[in-house]
Design a protein around this ligand. Structure first.
Ligand code: AMP
Ligand code: GLY
Length: 437
C-alpha cells in the first residue's frame, strides 16, 4: 500500500532519494547531509564519491517500478530527480501517481527544456524576452529561412542533445552545414525539428527558481563556463566550471528578472494547466537591449549546482520538501552564506568527444568547511580504487571572502588530484578574478 506522506509536517523529512549520478547530485546529497534531522540519503545510481558523505549511500534501481517499490520499503519522504532525461520521460509523473513526494517537474513541464520550440512558444505567449527565431521540420524550409535572413544564425536541434545540439555560427556556410547536420541525424530524434535563432550578444548568467507550482524563490545567480578551453575557446561542453553568486547582476536586477522572466514563465505553465514543481533554470544573455532568455532547463545546472550548494543554509532540505508538497509558504526562509563560491571541473582525457574511462584517481584533499570535492564520472573498482568513469570526473569547489581567495583555494587543491589525462581550465572565474588570460 502506498503511504501518504502529505500528513507529515516539514520537520518529518528523514529519508531522501536522489535520482542521478553526476556532480550535481553529489553536491545536493552533500548539502542535504548537513541537515541534522535527516537520517539517510540514497542516491541512484550515485557515483564513486556518494558514500564519502555522512548518511549517503548508493542504490541501484533499474526501473520506475523498482524505484516505487524501494521508496515504499525504505519509507522515502522525498524524491529529488536531478537530470533532465528522466524528467522528460515522465519519472516524476509516475512517482507522484504512486503517492510519492517529488521535487522535479512532470514531463509536461519538462518540455521547457526537452523542446526548444515549445519553450520559445511559451516565451512568446507570455512576453518573455528572447532572441527572434523560426522553427521547422523541413530541411528545405530551414535553408530558405537562412537564405532570406542572409546572416549567420544559431542552429539548434529542438530536443535533448546532452548540451551538444546548439551551433553558434560565424558564417552562412557554417549555418548551412549545421542545418544539414541536424537533418542528417547527428542528434538523433532531437533533430526532428530545428530552431533557427537570431544571434545575440552579451555576457551570460544563469538564474534558478525553486517552484512549488504556485510560488517560487530565487537562488543566487551563477556563471557557467561552457567552452572546453581557456578564453572561452574550443567546443561546448556540459560546463567546465562555475562560480556563484555571479556579480554581473545585483539584488535589484534579480528582482527585475524575477518579474520579467521567472514569474511569467510559471504563470505561462499554469495557463497550460501544468503544476510545475522543481527548478526553473533560465540561461540569460544580458544584451544591449536588455536581458534575453537563451534557454530554459528544468533542473539545476551542472556544474552551477556544485558552486551553489555550499551557499545554502541548513533550511535547504525543508525548502525542497515544502516545494515538492506545494507548500512553499510553510517553508523556513532560505538563507544563503555570504561567501564567494568557486567550482573547477577536472575532466578526463578526450572529453567532450571521446572520453577515456578506467584510470585510477589519486585524491589527497582533506575536505573541510571551505573546500569540497564533488565526484561525477567516478566509480570504485573491485580493489576499492576510485577510477574515472565519465567525461567530467570531479569538481573541486572552494569558498572564500573574495573570488580571488576562493579560486586560489580551489586551484591549489586541484594540484592534489591526479589521474591520467586529467585536464581543467585555469581561467574559470576570470570575469571576477584579478588574472590575465
Ligand atoms: P544552449 O544549449 O541553448 O544554452 O546554448 C549553448 C550556448 O550557445 C549558450 O550558452 C550561448 O553561449 C550560445 N547561444 C545559444 N543561443 C544563442 C543565441 N541566440 N545567440 C548567441 N549565442 C547563443
Ligand atoms: N551547465 C549547463 C547545464 O547544466 O545545462
Amino acid at each position: 500500500m502506498t503511504k501518504n506522506p502529505n500528513h507529515k509536517g516539514l520537520n518529518q523529512l528523514k529519508r531522501i532519494l536522489i535520482i542521478g549520478g553526476g556532480g550535481r547530485e553529489n553536491s545536493i546529497a552533500w548539502a542535504l547531509s548537513k541537515n541534522q534531522s535527516i537520517h539517510q540519503i540514497y542516491v541512484c545510481p550515485g557515483n564513486g564519491g556518494t558514500a564519502n558523505f555522512e548518511k549517503c549511500i548508493c542504490l541501484q534501481l533499474k526501473d520506475e517500478k523498482t524505484i516505487i517499490l524501494e521508496c515504499n520499503r525504505l519509507q522515502i519522504d522525498l524524491v529529488i530527480i536531478g537530470p533532465e532525461d528522466p524528467l522528460a520521460k515522465g519519472l516524476a509523473n509516475k512517482l507522484r501517481e504512486a503517492g510519492l513526494i517529488v521535487f522535479g517537474p512532470c514531463k509536461e513541464g519538462a518540455q521547457l527544456e526537452a523542446s526548444k520550440d515549445w519553450a520559445k512558444t511559451l516565451m512568446i505567449e507570455n512576453n518573455i524576452p528572447t532572441a527572434k527565431y523560426w522553427s521547422t521540420n523541413s530541411r528545405v524550409e530551414a535553408l530558405e529561412i537562412l537564405h532570406r535572413f542572409n546572416q549567420p544564425l544559431v542552429i539548434k536541434a529542438d530536443g535533448l542533445a546532452a548540451g551538444k545540439g546548439v551551433t553558434v555560427c560565424e558564417t552562412i556556410e557554417q549555418s548551412k552545414k549545421a542545418i544539414n547536420d541536424v537533418f542528417s541525424g547527428k542528434f538523433g530524434s532531437a533533430g526532428n525539428k530545428i530552431i533557427l535563432e537570431e544571434k545575440i550578444e552579451g555576457p551570460e548568467v544563469s538564474i534558478f527558481a525553486l517552484c512549488d507550482g504556485e510560488k517560487l524563490i530565487v537562488l543566487p545567480p551563477a556563471q557557467d563556463h561552457k567552452r572546453l578551453l581557456e578564453g572561452d575557446n574550443g567546443p561546448n561542453t556540459g560546463g567546465m566550471g562555475a562560480y556563484a553568486p555571479a556579480l554581473l547582476i545585483n539584488q535589484k536586477d534579480i528582482q527585475d528578472l524575477t518579474e520579467l522572466i521567472l514569474i511569467p514563465t510559471l504563470k505561462g505553465l499554469k495557463k497550460k494547466k501544468i503544476r510545475y514543481i522543481g527548478v526553473i533554470y533560465a540561461g540569460l544573455m544580458i544584451t544591449s537591449s536588455g536581458p534575453k532568455v537563451i534557454e530554459f532547463n528544468c533542473r539545476f545546472g551542472d556544474p552551477e549546482c556544485q558552486a551553489l550548494m555550499p551557499l545554502m543554509g541548513e533550511e535547504f532540505a525543508s525548502v525542497l520538501f515544502a516545494c515538492a508538497r506545494g507548500e512553499l509558504e510553510k517553508a523556513p526562509k532560505l538563507t544563503f552564506h555570504d561567501v564567494c563560491s568557486a567550482c573547477v571541473v577536472a575532466a578526463s582525457k578526450g572529453y567532450p568527444e571521446n572520453t577515456k574511462k578506467g584510470d585510477r584517481i589519486n585524491i589527497n584533499i582533506e575536505s573541510n568547511q571551505s573546500i569540497q570535492v564533488f565526484h561525477a564520472g567516478t566509480t570504485i573498482d573491485e580493489f576499492d580504487n576510485i577510477i574515472t568513469n565519465g567525461g567530467r570526473v570531479l569538481s573541486v569547489v572552494a569558498q572564500g571572502e573574495s573570488f580571488d581567495k576562493a579560486f586560489q583555494l580551489a586551484y591549489s587543491n586541484l594540484d592534489k588530484i591526479n589521474f591520467d589525462g586529467m585536464h581543467f581550465r585555469k581561467d574559470i572565474g576570470y570575469q571576477v578574478r584579478n588574472i590575465k588570460i
